[in-house]
Write a protein that binds this ligand. Structure first.
Ligand SMILES: Cc1cc2nc3c(=O)[nH]c(=O)nc-3n(C[C@H](O)[C@H](O)[C@H](O)COP(=O)(O)OP(=O)(O)OC[C@H]3O[C@@H](n4cnc5c(N)ncnc54)[C@H](O)[C@@H]3O)c2cc1C
Length: 490
């Protein structure tokens, strides 16, 4: 006879506050008097160094032990994937509680479990608003501003849930816990996650040449939340609208953007919690109906950025094919990217920060050294890789997947499709002029100086860009079959 077991399947949601799956699992366990077990599956791909970059390896090795410490028993198992529950269901009647994700693989795993008659309860998490939000004519949104207007109130009204406390749940016995198949200690994750990551681009596989210094990042809920609170206190939100786009401001202290993408990507905090902290600080609900009243501009702008994150999550959930293909159908298979051997040379120069465009090189060094890059810089390097160098946006997406400490598949995909001008929210093709971008967003050169070093920055004019911008611009229009279009220089 199988015994019942309530599982909180922890994925990228290492927090006690506003964690619906965790709260529901605890409630179920208590009301039915069934033992409770929080569990993380260290999936094999995470330890094979194939696509799981240094940043992701580092983060799970740091975040899981510190999250696990807050529970009486927290299991970490090393297994292929969610198939682990099939194994466990031989001994237990499982009741699994999990927060959702918009990455297509998540739904495949859930469907498999359901097919095998395993009870799984999935809770809304990655996207706060309704994932099936429709326009007045019953279609899905594809443009940001109307989407934002439609979901704004729902977003700001979604109050965070209370902090979870599993201390009064019953647990499986120590013996049972220790004999869970494929169980490892949370601290063993570090030993297993020490592989040299690779990036697969087109038919090539490249070793990642950089190992960022990731010790600069917070790795748990308390530190992430404190980071945000001090960002608010230091007027980070009030000054956000003017300063968010400035690369030179990014060199001051811990920067003029919140650096909450890491917390959101790993689930140390929820978007609802961030909104709630802003509402508390300004004593304002920020509802759309009152937007003609006085509101803090910085706060409105910050909430709007959080809704960009919602938008990309919504798009990927509803269009899982976007991981591999363009949102705009007219660009599917129609862009003539440069030949493979040329692309490879340019791509390598790009990842090494040796393109000859100082702003691009500085940004690529920031990524290589910290696992993170400022949003403006991400837009510039994405535009240069795809437009100036004619390299397929999927290559850039893959490299970012391997490098980013804040990797969020939906935002990364959305950012790349935007950068390549093939995504939703279509605008006329934007071909960023890297020099003009540097002049407007790094006026004093502080950002370039920081990442290239004074000497590197001063020497830059000596090594010309590997492709002249004017030529690149013409070539890009041809490649996109847009020779008739006259894009504005950004
Ligand atoms: C090519 C490219 C790839 C990107 N990849 C990722 C990624 O993997 N993970 C990720 O979280 N963001 C990604 N972004 C979006 C953005 O660059 C980061 O969210 C932002 O730089 C994070 O810094 P911050 O937390 O200090 O942002 P803040 O300016 O403080 O913004 C607050 C929050 O709003 C959200 N946000 C801000 N800008 C955007 C945006 N353009 N798109 C979506 N959400 C946004 C983020 O959650 C961010 O933490 C990408 C953008 C581009 C152009």
């Amino acid at each position: 006879m199988k015994s019942p077991l309530v599982i909180y399947w922890s994925r990228r949601d290492f927090r006690l506050r506003d964690n619906e799956a965790l709260l529901e699992a605890i409630t179920y366990s208590k009301t039915k008097n069934i033992p409770f077990l929080p569990l993380f599956i260290l999936e094999e791909y995470m330890t094979q160094g194939e696509e799981f970059g240094y940043s992701s390896q580092y983060m799970i090795a740091e975040a899981i032990p510190s999250f696990a410490k807050q529970f009486t028993r927290f299991a970490v198992v090393h297994y292929k994937g969610a198939g682990y529950f099939d194994l466990l269901s031989k001994k237990y009647n499982l009741y699994i509680f999990v927060n959702d994700d918009v990455y297509p693989d998540f739904n495949t795993q859930i469907k498999k479990l359901e097919r095998n008659n395993i009870q799984v309860h999935v809770y809304k998490d990655r996207v706060t608003v309704k994932k099936d939000t429709e326009t007045g004519s019953g279609n899905l949104y594809s443009v940001f501003t109307p989407f934002k207007n439609a979901v704004w109130n729902e977003f700001v009204r979604s109050a965070p849930l209370p902090k979870a406390d599993a201390s009064s749940c019953t647990h499986i016995s120590k013996n049972e816990f220790e004999s869970l198949p494929h169980s490892i200690s949370p601290t063993d994750i570090k030993k297993l996650c020490d592989k040299e990551p690779m990036v697969h681009i087109g038919k090539h596989t490249l070793k990642i040449p950089h190992k960022p210094n990731l010790s600069i990042w917070y790795t748990n809920e308390e530190d992430a939340l404190n980071h945000f609170k001090s960002f608010i206190k230091k007027d980070g939100i009030s000054g956000y609208k003017e300063k968010r786009d400035s690369l030179e401001e990014d060199t001051v202290g811990s920067g003029q953007t919140s650096k909450m993408s890491v917390a959101l990507a790993w689930g140390f905090v929820s978007a609802r919690t961030l909104v709630h902290e802003i509402q508390k600080h300004f004593d304002d609900a920020f509802e759309i109906s009152t937007q003609d009243e006085e509101h803090n501009e910085g706060a409105l702008c910050y909430i709007s950025e959080l809704i960009w994150r919602e938008f990309y999550g919504y798009l990927l959930f509803n269009h899982p094919e976007l991981m591999h293909t363009e949102f705009q159908k007219k660009f599917r298979g129609t862009i003539s990217w440069v030949k493979d051997d040329i692309a490879l040379v340019r791509f390598k120069a790009w990842i090494m920060g040796e393109t000859g465009y100082p702003i691009v090189d500085a940004a690529m060094k920031q990524l290589a050294e910290t696992g993170w890059m400022h949003n403006r810089a991400r837009m510039i390097v994405a535009s240069v890789l795809t437009k100036n160098f004619g390299v397929d946006w999927r290559w850039g997406q893959e490299y970012f997947r391997a490098m980013l400490i804040d990797l969020d598949e939906a935002s990364n995909n959305g950012g790349w499709q935007w950068g390549a001008s093939v995504g939703a929210d279509p605008k006329p093709i934007r071909i960023f002029n890297a020099e003009l971008q540097a002049e407007s967003h790094d006026k004093t050169g502080a950002y370039r100086e920081k990442w290239l070093g004074q000497d590197g920055f001063m020497q830059r004019p000596l090594s010309a860009p590997i492709i002249d911008h004017k030529i690149a611009r013409e070539e890009a229009l041809e490649r996109y079959n847009l020779k008739h279009v006259k894009p504005r220089d950004f």
